[in-house]
Design a protein around this ligand. Structure first.
Ligand SMILES: Nc1ncnc2c1ncn2[C@@H]1O[C@H](COP(=O)(O)OP(=O)(O)OP(=O)(O)O)[C@@H](O)[C@H]1O
Ligand SMILES: [Mg+2]
Length: 272
């Protein structure tokens, strides 16, 4: 079932400079989609159209079979929750739990239901103990998690995470991956990421952008075997994929260490 349909989208910040060029896209419910591409390729600009933070210069965004032209950001945010690339652009309250309560409060949720939503969202990201703190007293990783909790508390159908692992240490990376795997059970998830290991592990589908255009849309396995396209967007596949691709006779679409080991065992058996 279609959640978002984008038809012939063009976008310019400044007149005459096209940042998005004829984007056509169809997002189904319950998939984890990774948008990848070099810096400045238009990833953030594209997803900001999903909740109306940006409006097309030309073209149309359809959500749940309805055009979004006349819908406000507040309305669209009920369906498409965007977690900003930089949490400082999103967070403005002086207490963590107030920040997380802001979205659901604006949706008209109050009382015990509001409290439950805020507490559950903070537990989901592992920040329940920090709920009385000032967001400025948290480190970048934690601020990113507050930003995610604020969106989770609104319970939108689609959750968009814009570079959730940038600047995270190993523990932070594991936390974000676990979180995505938790969210995928109940939500459609879009992640924008430069971390190809994460993309390989969590994405059902990869959309590759270059200079404001979609140049590839398919599975992670296909994406990481398109060496010419990967080079064009200055991306490198996960190390384990590169290693497999460098070994004669190995499958070229290995994404994980487990797959690598299976392939190794298969080849050994064949040799005997
Ligand atoms: N507010 C803005 N005003 C004018 N130009 C902008 C603005 N935001 C982004 N751009 C330009 O639009 C293009 C696409 O930027 P965008 O932030 O969407 O890229 P991105 O793929 O998200 O990059 P990154 O990986 O660095 O986050 C870039 O050339 C960028 O300089
Ligand atoms: Mg960006």
């Amino acid at each position: 079932m279609s959640l978002i349909e984008i038809k012939n989208l063009f976008f310019e910040y400044k007149e005459g400079i096209k940042v998005l060029k004829n984007i056509n896209l169809f997002l189904s419910k319950s998939e984890v989609v990774a948008i990848i591409g070099q810096n400045g390729s238009g990833k953030t600009t594209l997803v900001k159209h999903f909740n109306g933070l940006l409006r097309p210069t030309k073209g149309e965004i359809i959500i749940n079979d309805e055009t979004t032209i006349k819908k406000s950001v507040a309305e669209l945010s009920h369906t498409c929750g965007y977690v900003f690339q930089n949490p400082d652009d999103q967070i403005f309250n002086s207490v963590v739990e107030d920040e997380v309560a802001f979205g659901p409060t604006n949706m008209g949720i109050k009382g015990i239901e509001l409290k439950v939503r805020v507490d559950e969202a903070l537990k989901t990201v592992g920040l329940f103990e920090e709920k009385k703190k000032h967001p400025l007293d948290l480190d970048l990783n934690q601020k990113k998690l507050v930003a995610i909790a604020s969106i989770v508390a609104m319970n939108p159908e689609l959750i968009i995470l814009d570079e959730p692992t940038t600047g995270q240490d190993h523990a932070g990376l594991i936390k974000v991956e676990t979180l995505i795997n938790e969210l995928r059970k109940t939500h459609t998830v879009v992640i924008i990421s430069h971390d190809m290991n994460l993309v390989a592990r969590v994405a059902d589908r990869v959309i590759m952008m270059c200079n404001g255009e979609i140049i590839f849309d398919g599975s992670p396995k296909e994406a990481f075997t398109k060496n010419d396209l990967m080079k064009k967007t200055y991306l490198k596949p996960p190390i384990i994929t590169e290693l497999a691709q460098s070994i004669k006779g190995f499958r070229k679409d290995i994404l994980t260490v487990d797959e690598f080991m299976e392939e190794l065992i298969r080849l050994r058996k064949n040799k005997k």
